[in-house]
Design a binder for this molecule. Structure first.
Ligand SMILES: C[S@@+](CC[C@H](N)C(=O)[O-])C[C@H]1O[C@@H](n2cnc3c(N)ncnc32)[C@H](O)[C@@H]1O
Length: 221
């Protein structure tokens, strides 16, 4: 199984990047295999190992203690963030699927991070609306239904501490954001989201050509 899920970079370069990046460990490989075997075609929604390594290292470097993820699926990105948390840190995970997150829970146990993850099964906008008014985060990752990205962003931005980040997945959408002929609903939503963030003077942002495109956003101090 490939250790990368790259939809932006040409395949030979993606393979080179995977070969020259830390390989998945036993639990990560087991989760990739379980996701292929138990979710069928949905497995392409899982982030790649390179992206997971990046999230884990970023989380650790930032000393993150409070993190939130919108869109958990079988738990690969959550496992990566959870591994990077500072001692005593925790990650809130939002998803609507009991079936897919059952696989996540199994593998969080195997990875020894289940005790730092608080999984909330409900539409993520409801979970966000129910958070205490003063709840802040060091890091947020958005990776769920694309038309709701602006709503997740607006709900999360006031909760990100100075120097914190929001990471957003799929913002290059298999390069379709560039294709003027592509008018599918999610493509249009992602183009509009990218325009909105780039024009938002409250933040600095950069799109990283990793995986399917990852936007990193930081509030302006
Ligand atoms: C692309 S997958 C997430 C992949 C995951 N981050 C990973 O690393 O494997 C998107 C997830 O968002 C969830 N989702 C879709 N709509 C949602 C909503 N309104 N609220 C919460 N989760 C939602 C889906 O059930 C799915 O598990």
């Amino acid at each position: 199984m490939a250790a990368t899920r790259s939809y932006v970079v040409e395949p030979a370069l993606a393979a080179y990047i995977a070969e020259h990046s830390t390989a998945p460990d036993h639990v990560q490989q087991r989760l990739m295999n379980a996701t292929e075997e138990r979710t069928g075609g949905a497995a392409r929604m899982q982030i790649g190992n390179d992206q997971g390594s990046f999230f884990e290292m970023l989380t650790r470097s930032m000393g993150v203690t409070r993190a939130i993820e919108i869109g958990t699926f079988t738990g690969y990105s959550a496992m990566s963030i959870a591994r990077g948390l500072a001692p005593g840190g925790s990650l809130i995970c939002c998803d609507v699927s009991e079936e897919w997150t059952r696989i996540a829970r199994e593998h969080w146990e195997l990875a020894g991070v289940a005790d730092r993850i608080d999984l909330r099964i409900a539409p993520a906008l409801d979970t966000l609306a129910a958070l205490p008014a003063d709840q802040q985060f060091d890091l947020a990752f958005i990776d769920a239904d694309k038309p709701n990205y602006p709503h997740y962003y607006e709900a999360l931005l006031p909760r990100i501490r100075a120097g914190g980040v929001i990471l957003v997945d799929n913002t290059l959408w298999s390069r379709q954001v560039l294709d003027v002929e592509a008018t599918e609903h999610d493509t249009v939503a992602l183009r509009a989201f990218n325009r909105m963030v780039a024009a938002d003077t409250r933040v600095r942002c950069v799109i990283i050509p990793m995986g399917d495109g990852v936007t990193m956003i930081q509030p302006v101090p």
